[in-house]
Design a protein around this ligand. Structure first.
Ligand SMILES: [Zn+2]
Length: 268
């Protein structure tokens, strides 16, 4: 399968989340408010890891996908779920910038049901014309559209501290681990958090914190979410394989690095 960096499909088409056909709108992934939209250089994760020259693409104000209908993008993702994600990552950023000596594990007030929907929604926006998601398509669509539904028992919503500037958006990657089992996952990394969505029946064993632990309660409830500050996974975890792993990539796997401003540097 050729590696591509296509982020904008046609202006009219099928929404990646709800499947409705109509005008499509652009989604910032990760959302504005979590990261400041800035000039980025995009590369396919495989090219980046293997240090080979592949396709590169410029993005002038962050990574955007034109793949969602206005209702999913603006009313639900931007209007309802993103504020919870933005509040959470801003609180974590505040902790990292704090001059206080922080304990190994802290609790952060958050709305995990809404954060899980925001993370899933932005990952669903990745990739042009990607509405069908396999046997779980309908379940995931209903989960996103109806916030009264509980977090799906089929999924883990892992999260961990990611104190790095490089961004990664990786969809349909697979990990085969001699010790941990295997799984297909979606993953989004941006300062200061990483999130990964897995099927619970994958058999993969991991020690990550999981938003699904906070399945009880209502979507608007503030819950105290545990976050480990001292044991931080490597920047390239689940991108570059460890000695016991093989990692396979699907079509959508983009890493984005800050791009220096174009033009000659003026010296005075
Ligand atoms: Zn939609």
């Amino acid at each position: 399968m050729p590696l591509t960096l296509i982020t904008r499909g046609s202006k009219h088409g099928r929404c990646n989340i709800c499947g409705a056909v109509g005008p499509l709108t652009e989604d910032h992934t990760p959302p504005k408010g979590c990261v400041r939209p800035t000039a980025m250089m995009l590369e396919h994760a495989v090219d980046r890891l293997e240090m080979r020259k592949g396709i590169k693409a410029k993005a002038n104000d962050g990574v955007k996908y034109r793949t969602l209908c206005s209702r999913c993008n603006n009313a639900l993702l931007g209007g309802r779920y993103d504020p919870a994600l933005i509040d959470f990552v801003n609180r974590v950023s505040g902790l990292l910038e704090s001059p206080l000596l922080l304990p190994a594990t802290v609790t952060v007030p958050a709305k995990p049901h809404l954060i899980a929907r925001a993370v899933w929604g932005h990952m669903a926006a990745v990739g042009v014309d990607r509405y069908p998601k396999g046997p779980d398509t309908e379940m995931l669509r209903e989960f996103f559209l109806d916030e009264s539904l509980p977090l799906p028992r089929q999924l883990n919503f892992y999260y961990w501290l990611y104190p790095y500037r490089r961004q990664a958006l990786i969809k349909d990657a697979g990990v085969l681990d001699m010790r941990g089992g295997n799984a297909v996952f979606w993953m989004m990394k941006f300062y200061p958090m990483a999130f990964a969505i897995w099927r619970t029946d994958s058999g993969y064993r991991s020690n990550y914190r999981d938003l699904a632990q906070y399945r009880s309660g209502r979507p608007s409830d503030v819950q105290y979410v545990m976050l480990d500050l001292h044991s931080i996974p490597h920047e390239l975890i689940l991108e570059a394989p460890t000695e016991t792993q093989a990692i396979m990539y699907g079509q959508e796997a983009i890493v984005a690095n800050g791009r220096p401003p174009l033009g000659r540097v003026l010296r005075v």
